[in-house]
Ligand binder design. Sequence first.
Ligand code: ADP
Length: 593
Amino acid sequence: MKKRPLIWQLFPSYLLVVLVALSAATALGSVALRRFYLDRTAADLTARARLMGLRVAPHLAPMDPGAIDRLCKHAGRLAETRITVMDFHGKVLGDSIADPAQMGSHHDRPEFIAARQGAVGRAVRYSGTLHQRMMYVAVAPGDSDRPTAVIRCALPVSDLDTQLKTIYGRIAAGGLVIAMLAAGLSWWTVRRISRPIQAIEAGAKRFAGGDLAHRVPGFDTLELGSLAEAMNRMAVQLDERIRETDRQRMEAAAILSSMSEGVVALDAEERIIQANQAAVDIFGHALLQKMVGRPLTEAVRDSELQRLVDRAQQDDRPTEADLTVYRPEAKTIFVRCTPLRGQDGGRIGLLLVMSDVTPMRRLENMRRDFAANVSHEIKTPLTAIKGFVETLYHGNVDSPEEVHRFLGIIEKHVQRLGAIIDDLINLSRIERDAEAHEIALVEEDVGTVVQGAVGLCREAATARGIRIVQHGPAQPVTARISPPLLEQAIFNLIDNAVKYSPEGAEVRVDFEADDRCIRISVRDQGPGIARHHLPRIFERFYRADKARSRRMGGTGLGLAIVKHIVLAHGGEVSVDSTVGQGARFTIRLPRTV
Ligand code: ADP
């Protein structure tokens, strides 16, 4: 529908009403005026006719048409009126203008018929004699039971029409002026109404456009004034609500984005409503947050996750599971799906809260493995001890040499048990102290410590014809260290090197320092370690070569102890080896400036 401004709707209606009213008043006035004039002319003509009746009466009995005609002509001239006298049959006896002998019978004229019946006959019509419109009024004077003649007076109505036309012209001119004034007035009134409405409309548009600081001006019209006030109040309230909603939204967004757990909210159709940064990090999907409104399956293509979501859809309680995601790297994600409920308590979607539990699960696995490993490590010597003790107890051994040999084996296993327990205690103490920051670090010469460790291994090395070659700076190099722990770590590395080297080989212990770091490396000419063992070699009880380790009386904890000691110093330990070409272990410690 075509829309027009209010002013163009109101103004023409106003104008129409004014014009119709004015025209109706003018028309009614004109009709009334015309009737008034005609009535007055008719009354006038009636009076003249009656007067004429009095003058004509003496000439009727006896009838003297000549005198009547002369009287008609004389009176007609004086009164400027056409006067006609007719007998009762309509024959013209006298006429002020025409010759009666030339005139036909008037018995059929309506005014004549009415007058003969005793009324005042009246008619307006065109006169063939005078060639103009005339008003005729006829009366029959004398006794009503003995009428003798009908007197008719007539005046041209064209004069009346001319006069009326002049009056109409004046009325029309006045009407036009009034109409123009009325149009101006209605234009002004309509503007007075439409202007505030336009201001309100402009205000509403600005509110709709978000400019809620705008205020609609006040108006002196009661209704429009209170409408403007109501709109301003509404804008203030809307502004407050929007601010409140914005604040709440920002708070919610801040909470969501600072959460370490990933959060993804889904609607009933499993489309993403919201996702936080942590969820993006977990799934490694940079577009996750931009995929609001898209199905979850489109954003994260993971069948495990989809199965979990499907299961959660069927369940009213929270559903949880560990998922493994492989992108960007393999991670274990704990996902908890909780139904999202609307205000009426109905389900409107799902809330997925997820956390990266990779380190936790790894730790749990390590703990489990560690407990199993410890039990296994302890069980082996215990079983051997038990077997030999039982054999001895039941006296199944013949010679004292055999008994001695058995006791020797038992002693070896007891020592092994003791070594495992010592190493375990050692390791747990280092771990505990390191966690509690209770390891006392002192500024000490590292060279002395290396020297000490080499000294401790010297005897075992010499026994196997192995040379320990040591290289290091001549001047003291100090660092913040725990001398006994560092000595133990270096000892463990040299001890391994000696243990795993063939007889007569060489073990190099290099010690060097620069401004930032101290490096102690132990290199041997042993069998080396296969590449795939290297990443796990520092784990507790991890052995690259199980048989050899056991044979050497190793506990499988030596390198784990090295790692924890070095970590407690803020350093790192690494291994570098090729099978058949020996191994090199390097400890790096940060240098105290
Ligand atoms: P172990 O008491 O068995 O020596 P470690 O923790 O000291 O335990 O060492 C773990 C494993 O690393 C050993 O079982 C061995 O297989 C391997 N290993 C350590 N040092 C060397 C080395 N210098 N040469 C070859 N293999 C080594």
